[in-house]
Design a protein around this ligand. Structure first.
Ligand SMILES: [Zn+2]
Length: 76
């Protein structure tokens, strides 16, 4: 079964939940909040904690200005 990543809208915690495709896209935050949103993460690219970003999206920009954006990406 796939592992989904959720982000809590209340406290910002990201957590993983194993669900089947038929399950509703809802999960409860480890801190008890029910307002969470499912975050799409490609299979095999799940990192623990914060401060990561997907490098694939940068390849399509082909050398335009993107240096300052990479700094902001790890600032959340
Ligand atoms: Zn929460």
């Amino acid at each position: 079964m796939p592992t989904y990543v959720y982000r809590c809208k209340v406290c910002g915690t990201e957590f993983e939940k194993v669900q089947s495709f038929d399950d509703p896209a809802v999960a409860v935050c480890p801190h008890g909040h029910e307002e969470t949103r499912r975050v799409f993460v490609p299979a095999g690219i799940i990192f623990k904690g914060s401060g990561w970003y997907i490098t694939d999206s940068r390849k399509e920009k082909n050398g335009s200005h993107g240096k300052s954006e990479s700094n902001n990406a790890s600032n959340e």
